[in-house]
Design a protein around this ligand. Structure first.
Ligand SMILES: Nc1ncnc2c1ncn2[C@@H]1O[C@H](COP(=O)(O)OP(=O)(O)OP(=O)(O)O)[C@@H](O)[C@H]1O
Ligand SMILES: [Mg+2]
Length: 437
């Protein structure tokens, strides 16, 4: 099976595959062969080519759907040209296309543009046979393209967050109606607050409102932040641009990305952003699109820049939701047996979803441990929860999640950022002011 990612949409074929010589200097208004006796034979030729193309495509998968169909249109052109008694050179003269280019089209090495098909139809008087074939090929490549559906799975259940979900949905679907007005929502909050979970749940819920699909990138936070140029490269490939057509320059990549999204309706999810500068080049400029960004930081730059993003800050869960989360993992029976101790665990987890899940999974793995004993264990040192983490990722995420550690982190942030509002509501302080430009 070929690599389906390299298949461009039909209309991208013009961008990706068109060469300068695939443009006529001028068009012939009327075909010199109009009325010739061969004109009736095109229908059967056309049908045969379609049949051959279909058999061919069925054997070799999606990539060959395009190349096979391209070859099919080329073979049809060659056949009709020969039936008209024209040499390639004569066809080139009559159509004002380059002979070398026509030869490549006939051999299936270049796709036939709709424009060329129209001119050849006129010259060969084929009543639109080539145009019909070229359009069908283009439509087929559009139908067969890999759907743009990059969202990872979302958690099956979110506890609480009903209002946050509704607000995020409203913001994403609330088209401003202004040309180029793309809704951008920054979901921020402390590590493990459930930013990614919320963004993905919401993105899946509204994905059907973005008929051209979804793009997703994990920008990797501040551990090893991805360069916007690299993200653009993978987005462009997902949009069907062949690797060797992707410009080196980041600005050119961004321009190509915006061009390809123009007129399309795509939802873009940018998870775990480190700074506004990392996100800005990834914003589409087409009003049918929308963007959700998640970050541990407050991305002030996006809030004040032309993108005018809206901020949605996630706080810890309300206590009943936090207890519900624990209950959903350890089961009703155990939760009902020790409700007070369970509320104590929720409190020691700061009602932060990541900490809650770690505690719950650990409790579930130790069915004979009493919740009260576990609560006492956490009480000695809240940081002990970090020791229960399953892996490095969780270890890192849990840093600063628990109440004790968060207090320390917040006082550090508020003293350096000077913004107490953000530091108290949010795990991350605002970006330096320079970012806001
Ligand atoms: N409301 C919720 N209900 C149940 N589980 C949740 C909820 N929110 C998050 N979770 C779970 O908590 C864990 C952490 O959530 P998530 O990864 O979304 O946090 P985050 O804020 O994106 O963390 P980070 O800052 O590390 O990116 C995940 O296992 C997620 O499924
Ligand atoms: Mg996340």
């Amino acid at each position: 099976m070929g690599d389906r990612r390299i298949i461009p949409r039909a209309r991208d074929l013009t961008w990706v595959a068109a060469e300068p010589d695939d443009r006529p200097a001028r068009h012939s208004e009327s075909g010199p062969l109009r009325g010739c006796e061969h004109a009736e034979s095109w229908r059967s030729a056309c049908a045969q080519e379609r049949d051959r193309g279909a058999a061919h495509d069925g054997q070799r998968g999606i990539v060959s759907d395009v190349t096979g169909a391209t070859a099919g249109t080329g073979r049809l052109l060659q056949r009709l040209r020969k039936e008209a008694g024209l040499s390639l050179l004569r066809l080139a003269e009559l159509t004002h296309y380059n002979k070398g280019h026509l030869s490549k089209v006939e051999n299936g090495r270049k796709p036939m543009s709709i424009q060329l098909a129209q001119v050849c139809d006129q010259v060969l008087d084929t009543r639109g046979a080539l145009t019909e074939h070229a359009c069908a090929t283009a439509a087929r490549s559009r139908d067969d393209r890999l759907p743009l559906a990059q969202l990872p799975a979302a958690p099956r259940r979110l506890h609480g967050r009903t209002r946050a979900m509704a607000r995020l949905e409203r913001l994403l679907l609330g088209r401003s109606g202004a040309p180029g007005g793309v809704p951008v929502v920054c979901v921020d909050g402390m590590p493990g607050a459930g930013k990614t979970a919320l963004a993905l749940r919401c993105a899946h819920a509204v994905a059907h409102r973005f008929p051209d699909g979804t793009l997703f990138a994990n920008l990797c936070g501040d551990e090893r932040p991805l360069e916007p140029g690299d993200v653009l490269g993978s987005f462009l490939r997902a949009l069907g641009v062949h690797s060797d057509r992707i410009p080196d320059d980041q600005q050119e990549r961004a321009a190509m990305y915006r061009s390809l999204l123009s007129g399309r309706s795509v939802l873009v999810v940018l998870d775990n952003a480190m700074a506004s500068a990392q996100v800005r080049p990834l914003l589409p400029g087409s009003d049918g699109c929308a963007v959700v960004v998640t970050s541990r930081q407050q991305l002030s730059g996006l809030l004040v820049s032309p993108a005018q993003a809206t901020r949605l800050t996630l706080s810890p869960l309300a206590t009943p939701d936090a207890v519900d989360l624990l209950r959903s993992v350890i089961g009703d029976q155990r939760a009902d047996a020790e409700p007070t101790a369970l509320a104590g665990v929720a409190m020691r987890c700061g009602s932060v979803p990541l900490a809650l899940r770690i505690a719950a999974v650990w409790l579930a793995a130790h069915p004979r441990l009493s919740i009260a004993d576990f609560n006492r264990y956490l009480k000695v040192d809240t940081g002990r929860l970090a020791l229960l983490c399953a892996g490095d990722d969780e270890m890192q995420a849990i840093q600063g999640t628990l109440p004790e550690q968060r207090g320390r982190a917040e006082s550090r942030r508020s003293s350096c950022s000077g913004c107490r509002d953000c530091a108290s509501a949010n795990g991350g302080g605002p970006e330096p002011l320079a970012e806001a430009r």
